[in-house]
Write a protein that binds this ligand. Structure first.
Ligand code: AN7
Length: 346
């Protein structure tokens, strides 16, 4: 099949200004992978799928929104795009800016961005600035500087980001023939859950119930108030004041779903479970599955005869350190057959 970017594939569904000039890396069209073995352990008749967003051009779902936001910024005559980021937005903004011939400036929380994301942003040639503070501090700076300068803000406060991110909902409906019963996904700055809900409503192929998952140490939407010092192993969603928080809560409520908190341990366990199915995702990406398993375990979600889609938002390669630090170090032996035989017990 010919690859198409999301703007070409779903153009009429996006509310983008006429001046938009498409900038694409042929994002979207990611696989919806069935997990029959895991589904059987959840309940009779359960169909479980992963929407594997790590297969986008820069390794995360952010590319869907970035193609739209950078296309609009380019058409408007912007010369520089700027964002705050826990990492994936930074890499995506950097790549699409490079593609468009624009300058990218990205602000990241110092020491809290996974290696693959930081390296990505640098590789694509962005100006990377580390803030002595959190993502929330960085976003505030970006909002303030874009009030008085022509820098184009490409965080999900930018409505065109959400337009592009709706495309994942369209793809799921196209592939399944209708919306699933449940959609489970991580929630950080809350743009993605908001965009999915907009997308499902617009596409009118049925509505899923939304299960959003925040990390327990960064769960402002579960606690009902901002978290001053968010902390979690899932650095992508280490966010204490989500920009789209109100909309996310409304989306969850309208869908008859909810937003829950999951522990770091549960996130890492879900990451291992997915890897056991051949899908290596970054920790934040496993939060949706962690939330699903916890809700089933607590008897609050009945998976029987349900179609459930878990959105895995970013590739495992983004955060290799979490694996090697987690005690998965390889064993060393001399380069001798006997030593190998002994180790393998063969
Ligand atoms: C892998 O890159 O906020 O709730 O600055 O990288 O739409 O914020 C990343 C967020 C989930 C949460 N999974 O999505 C950023 C950033 C991964 C992510 C989220 C992020 P939103």
């Amino acid at each position: 099949m010919q690859r198409q970017g999301i703007l070409a594939r779903y153009g009429p569904y996006f509310d983008l200004p006429a001046h938009t000039r498409p900038v694409t890396l042929l994002e979207g069209g990611t696989p919806l992978i069935p997990l029959p073995r895991l589904a059987r352990t959840l309940g009779a008749g359960c169909q479980l799928y992963v929407k594997y967003e790590g297969l986008n051009p820069t390794g995360s779902f952010k590319d869907r929104g970035m193609t739209a936001a950078v296309s609009e910024a380019l058409g408007r005559g912007a010369q520089t795009v700027i964002c705050a980021s826990t990492g994936n937005t930074a890499a995506s903004a950097a790549a699409y800016a490079a593609r468009a011939g624009l300058r990218a400036v990205v602000l990241i929380p110092q020491g809290k961005v996974a290696a693959g994301k930081l390296a990505g942003a640098l590789a694509y040639g962005a100006q990377v600035i580390q803030i002595e503070g959190s993502f929330d501090d960085a976003l505030q700076l970006v909002v303030e500087i874009t009030r008085t300068t022509p820098l184009a803000l490409v965080n999900s406060i930018n409505p065109y980001r959400l337009e592009g991110q709706k495309s994942a909902a369209f793809e799921i409906c196209d592939e399944l023939g209708s919306a699933p019963d449940w959609l489970c996904l991580p929630v950080g700055n809350a743009g993605n859950i908001t965009a999915y809900w907009m997308g499902f409503r617009q596409y009118a192929q049925g509505l899923p119930r939304l299960l959003g998952a925040q990390a327990a140490g960064a769960a402002p939407l579960v606690h009902g108030h901002p978290v001053a010092q968010p902390e979690t192993v899932a650095t992508a969603i280490r966010i204490g004041r989500p920009a789209r928080g109100e909309q996310a809560l409304q989306a969850a409520q309208e869908s008859q779903g909810r937003i829950v908190a999951v522990s770091d341990e549960a996130i890492l366990q879900a990451q291992r479970l997915l890897a056991g199915e051949g899908l290596w995702v970054e920790p934040a990406s496993a939060a949706g599955l962690a939330g699903l398993l916890a809700e089933i375990e607590a008897g609050r979600l009945d998976p029987r005869d349900k179609r459930i889609v878990v959105v895995c938002t970013g590739h495992g390669l983004k955060d290799p350190d979490i694996i090697t630090r987690g005690g998965f170090a390889p064993r060393g032996i001399p380069a001798e057959l006997d030593a190998l035989r002994q180790l393998l017990g063969e």
